[in-house]
Design a protein around this ligand. Structure first.
Ligand SMILES: [Cu+2]
Length: 136
């Protein structure tokens, strides 16, 4: 008579423990699936800089460490006009200059620049084209 309630309670604990184990297995496998593919995680900074004339310059301040790819909207997918800003606490430079379309090429030069967090990147349009952008 006194054992029966204990057995019932023990059985309930066993069921609850099994349920916890099963749910934690499912939880751990699903929580590891989303990946951002390297580069500091999250979506990172966004910007859309335009260069409506030769000589136009635009600046952007990068506060978040990571490796941030960007492209020219009209010339990124078609022509590989892309670049990367690496923001790294170990960097020494607090600013960098990128030339847009030097010699009327569809390039950013240099294609990769590195600054420390809080660093400023400035792009200058050296091209006769007026539709380049730096976008991400
Ligand atoms: Cu372009």
């Amino acid at each position: 008579m006194r054992l029966r309630p204990l057995l019932v309670i023990g059985g309930l604990f066993a069921v609850i423990a099994l349920a916890v184990v099963l749910s934690s297995c499912g939880g751990s496998s699903s929580s590891t699936s989303p990946g951002t593919g390297g580069g500091g995680g999250g979506s990172g900074p966004t910007f859309d800089l335009t260069f409506p004339a030769t000589g136009t310059s635009r600046s952007f301040t990068f506060s978040t460490a990571g490796s941030w790819n960007y492209q020219c909207s009209p010339h990124g997918s078609c022509c590989g006009m892309t670049g990367t800003v690496v923001v790294n606490a170990g960097a020494t430079d607090d600013s960098a200059l990128v030339t847009v379309g030097p010699g009327n090429t569809l390039t950013f030069s240099p294609s990769t620049v590195t600054v420390k967090p809080g660093g400023i990147v400035r792009w200058v349009n050296a091209s006769s084209a007026t539709n380049h952008t730096a976008t991400r």
